[in-house]
Design a binder for this molecule. Structure first.
Ligand code: ADP
Ligand code: MG
Length: 238
């Protein structure tokens, strides 16, 4: 066991991911197995088991597909992209979800926003994740406000401020770790992906938060990065 322990100390991020994934898959599988056994002994009046089984299967499917998205090395195609348009698209996509949650979602351009060298698809994915988390942090009467401004040092700063539940200080450093989630239906893979996308663009992401007050996430992206990464693979970055 000593040897095993020493080996597990050295588990790479890839190993941790695999272990986490196995754990996430095992729970719904155990449940499915149990219900199947019950069905085997008596089929009558057990229709609702099928609903449970289907939703557990959907859950596995969802987790595995989210996992695959981040585990597969994915090519980034950089070009001059209209950051302003990307943000407007994301806000339009999530506005109805915000409204259903009694939350206003607003976007403000403090300065003119230049085109930036980026992978538009990935930036869209990045901001969808950020705004979704903000919506999910709000129970009602929320406000999510995004401000975009060009900074003197050649970066664009996109600030997303919400008045949601906030994050305890001792949890802040765990954000971006795979499978760290406080949500019943969460996967804890969203922020990890966000960090990877920002990193590939040679940008930075800073999260500040206060319990009961809300969370502010600053993403800074270089307008013209000298050397951007062309693939994202979380496993390879271990
Ligand atoms: P998921 O959304 O599936 O839980 P994420 O990686 O997107 O996974 O987020 C991880 C955790 O970080 C969330 O479960 C939540 O606890 C916390 N979090 C992220 N964004 C916010 C936010 N804007 N306000 C409060 N908590 C947040
Ligand atoms: Mg999320």
């Amino acid at each position: 066991t000593e040897e095993l322990l020493r080996k597990s100390d050295k588990l790479s991020v890839a190993g941790q991911l695999a272990a986490g994934l196995a754990h996430e898959i095992r729970n719904p599988l155990t449940s499915l197995r149990g219900f199947l056994q019950l069905l085997q002994s008596d089929l009558k009046g057990k229709q609702h088991y099928f609903e449970i089984m289907l939703s557990e299967l959907d859950r596995i499917n969802f987790i595995v597909s989210e996992f695959l998205v981040i585990a597969k090395p994915e090519a980034l195609h950089y070009k001059q992209g209209r950051l302003g348009d990307i943000l407007q698209t994301v806000v339009a996509l999530l506005e109805s979800q915000a409204v259903l949650n009694n939350t206003s979602l607003t976007l403000e351009f403090v300065t003119d926003v230049p085109e930036i060298v980026c992978s538009e698809m990935h930036l869209k994915q990045l901001f969808i994740n950020i705004v979704k988390n903000a919506i999910e942090a709000i129970s009602s009467d929320g406000q999510i406000h995004m401000t975009v401004s060009v900074e003197a040092d050649g970066y664009v700063r996109i600030r997303t401020k919400d008045n949601g539940c906030g994050i305890p200080e001792d949890r802040l450093k765990q954000l971006g770790e795979p499978f760290y989630t406080t949500k019943e239906k969460g996967t804890g893979l969203g922020l990890m992906m966000c960090f990877k996308i920002v990193e590939a663009h040679k940008g930075t992401m800073q999260i500040r938060s206060a319990i009961g007050e809300g969370t502010t996430i600053d993403i800074r992206l270089p307008i013209d990065p000298p050397d951007v990464r062309t693939t994202i693979s979380n496993l390879a970055l271990a």
